[in-house]
Design a protein around this ligand. Structure first.
Ligand code: NAD
Length: 277
């Protein structure tokens, strides 16, 4: 038996607009990593739904600018994903606006840092509901349509903290480990239907979420912002560099593409070597 070769020569390689004709919903994409991923998916040719909180005029400017620059349809959905019903309604609106949903990126997330004995129970509930339960509710709502259409890509933005722990982040680490587990389950359930699920596990990426931690940790340890960046945050990251939202976007585009069909149920660290320790 002959070995398989490229099915149709060099033209079978992925093109720059690898996601042309696809539709994507990126939660928490008014800022940071989510906006970086939505931007990359749109430039790869996907129609995109943005979601998140923030100033309505600023969000509309972002939406219109991305639509112009990427030459695809970009919509905005203001669902509050701390509520289960909003997660489901957001997925239904995306499906009815675009006729289908091919790619769901569960990215919205919050952080709170405190020793466990002082950790406010309401912060635990808020983090578990957005960082973990919303991933379940949105994936559950999107899965049936993906399965029926025989194409789906669920990309969960977990964290290096989905693989290892740090002190003072009890709720965040618990939620992100939960996301990695949920990703494996969805990967297994979707495998025969060309529905993949993968978790991206970033180390530190400089976004508003991290910016707030720099200030909080500087106050907590009574040290400068520079010392927090060097001795607290990047101390974990062997390459001593923040990862970028563009790197997250490029990986999400690949995971959403046909060429990633055999990658499922994984947790992919993008952490400069942190979890290799
Ligand atoms: P960010 O604060 O810049 O963005 C968070 C997004 O979530 C915003 O668009 C915000 O409006 C949205 N959001 C917050 N509450 C919401 C709600 N109730 N409903 C809908 N949207 C809501 O944060 P980021 O750093 O870009 O983080 C994005 C994801 O990446 C999070 O899940 C975070 O845990 C994860 N992550 C970040 C880092 C990092 O270093 N920045 C590292 C690992 C993982």
């Amino acid at each position: 038996m002959a070995f398989p070769t490229l099915s149709s020569g060099p033209s079978s390689m992925p093109s720059v607009r690898a996601l042309k004709g696809k539709t994507a919903l990126v939660t928490g994409s008014t800022s940071g990593i989510g906006l970086g991923i939505a931007t990359a998916l749109a430039h790869a040719g996907a129609s995109v739904v943005l979601n998140g909180l923030g100033n309505a005029d600023a969000i509309e400017q972002t939406r219109a600018a991305l639509e112009r620059a990427a030459d695809v349809k970009v919509r905005f959905d203001g669902a509050d994903l701390s509520k289960a019903a909003d997660c489901v309604a957001m997925v239904e609106r995306a499906e009815s606006a675009f006729g289908k949903l091919d790619v769901l990126v569960n990215n919205a997330g919050i952080q709170f840092v405190s020793p466990i004995e002082n950790f406010p129970p309401e912060k635990w509930d808020a983090i578990l509901s957005l960082n973990l339960s919303a991933v379940f509710h949105a994936s559950r709502a999107a899965f049936g349509g993906m399965k029926a259409r025989k194409f789906g890509r669920i990309i969960n933005i977990a964290s290096a903290h989905g693989l290892v722990a740090s002190p003072f982040k009890s709720a965040y680490v618990a939620a992100k480990h939960g996301v990695v587990g949920l990703t494996k389950v969805i990967g297994l359930e979707g495998a025969e239907h060309n529905v993949t699920a993968n978790a991206i596990c970033p180390g530190y990426v400089w976004t508003p979420l991290v910016e707030k931690q720099i200030d909080d940790q500087a106050k907590a340890h009574n040290i400068s912002r520079e010392a927090v960046i060097r001795d607290v945050l990047l101390a974990q990251q062997p390459n001593k560099k923040f990862a970028t939202v563009e790197e997250m976007g490029a990986l999400a585009v690949f995971l959403a593409s046909d060429m990633a069909a055999s990658i499922t149920g994984t947790a992919l660290p993008v952490d400069g070597g942190w979890t290799a320790h």
